[in-house]
Design a protein around this ligand. Sequence first.
Ligand code: PEP
Length: 260
Amino acid sequence: MRKNIVAGNWKMHGSKADASALIQTLKTGAAELDAIEIAIFPPFVHIPLTQYLLKDAAIAWGGQNLYLGSKGAFTGEVSGPMLVDYGCRYVLVGHSERRQLFHESLALVAEKFKAAIAANLQPILCIGETQAEREQEQTESVLTQQLESVCAAVSVADFQKAVIAYEPVWAIGTGLTATPEQAQAAHAFIRQLIAKQEVNLAKSMRILYGGSVKADNASGLFAMPDIDGALVGGASLDANSFLAICQASSASVQSVRVKN
Ligand code: PEP
């Protein structure tokens, strides 16, 4: 059975004091949520503090980005091995803000995915269509292109180490959420694409939904069979909201167990 993940992408938010307070509250609240995995993605500068505060906690952490290779003359960049050195398990790759604001191409995203695997990090590969692409009925072709450009660059064994996040760009930070049915349709499509690489890989791949997930819409999304958790932006900055989403994910796992 796939273990749900709820991941919090803090983006460029939070002072040291904010980060510390948020982590302490999450640590206490997460202690009873062992049916799911919880991960946070603080800005790079807060990662050493995160490692220190989460030492014995059941919360993983990761980088919001990485650059290629392990070291070099790349001012402003951080490598995969540097993230691993600070205890990161995950790294986000291909977030729509990186693709749009920092012009990350399909080829660069694939290279970053490979760099994450080479460093022993688990990439969370973010894919999703814009509003215009959805309106032009290009959702499936965009998802195919974004997924297949990475699959073509790595082996099935390496792809197995990844997590996918379906994040419709029109739902990120906008307050618009895909309905559970819209999200389920996209997730099922993504799983079908992965099945073309390997049927078992498709069965085991965790596919998270991201895009204005909040405490009040999480349960509906988590009830869908192909949604294995969430990548949460805005609501992850508030400990109670984020924990409520984690609780909704945990409850969805318990209800599946009861049904079985
Ligand atoms: C994100 O940044 O990946 C995200 C989904 O943000 P939000 O939850 O704020 O829409």
